[in-house]
Design a protein around this ligand. Structure first.
Ligand code: ATP
Ligand code: MG
Length: 198
């Protein structure tokens, strides 16, 4: 599987969408700059609506799915094909909350909701500092958040109604997003319920 933009893949993906095998459960992607709270949010969503939390970073580590080391960014280079192949089996069943900072290498058809978590510079600075990240890494991530790189990436790769941007600075923000996702999930199930036989 190779990286394709939503536009390039539209014909093929729309055809595939008709044959979705996971129509009984939706899939959610939680993305955003490191430190915006994806893992905590994904775990809470998974608990609340009984979905499977798929942390892509953890999955890659477990599979050792890397194509080397990025010296500039001081991180592994993900073997995207390897990760996507492994995920396909799980995602095709539906009911997955996928937790990863980026969103552009997943097939568009996989997700019914792409949640982009946002945080203010002050909040993100404190969270990344608490992790003892190097100054350059903190600055790079703050810049990424200020320039809304992940939000633009989501908007470029998924249909407009699928992408939802939410602030995740406070516990109040967190709880309100969880409530919103639970309502969205319940509505999705109602909208996709099999027609009654009566
Ligand atoms: N809404 C929130 N209010 C306050 N603190 C939060 C909130 N959401 C997450 N946090 C805290 O922010 C920190 C980062 O959260 P988390 O590890 O979930 O981020 P992440 O986006 O998964 O980061 P990474 O991309 O590095 O995996 C944690 O200490 C977490 O407890
Ligand atoms: Mg995380």
């Amino acid at each position: 599987m190779t990286k394709r933009s939503a536009v390039e893949a539209s014909t093929e993906e729309r055809t595939a969408q008709k044959g979705r095998t996971w129509a009984t459960r939706p899939n959610v992607l939680v993305c955003g700059t490191p430190g915006t709270g994806k893992t905590e949010m994904s775990a809470a969503i998974a608990r609340k609506v009984k979905m499977q939390h798929l942390n892509v970073g953890d999955l890659a580590a477990r599979l050792d799915a890397y194509d080397g080391w990025d010296e500039d960014r001081q991180c592994h280079i993900l073997n995207e094909d390897r990760v996507l192949d492994e995920m396909e089996i799980l995602v095709s069943k539906g009911g997955c909350v996928v937790d990863y900072h980026a969103c552009d290498f997943f097939p568009e058809r996989w997700f019914d909701l792409v949640l982009v978590l946002r945080a203010t510079t002050e909040v993100l600075f404190d969270r990344l500092t608490a992790r003892n990240y190097a100054h350059a890494k903190i600055q790079e991530n703050l810049q990424c958040e200020i320039m809304q790189v992940l939000l633009d990436e989501a908007r470029d790769n998924y249909p407009e109604p699928v992408v939802v941007e939410v602030q995740n600075n406070t516990r109040l923000d967190f709880d309100s997003t969880i409530d919103r996702v639970v309502r969205w999930h319940d509505q999705w199930l109602r909208d996709h319920a099999p027609p009654s036989s009566t």
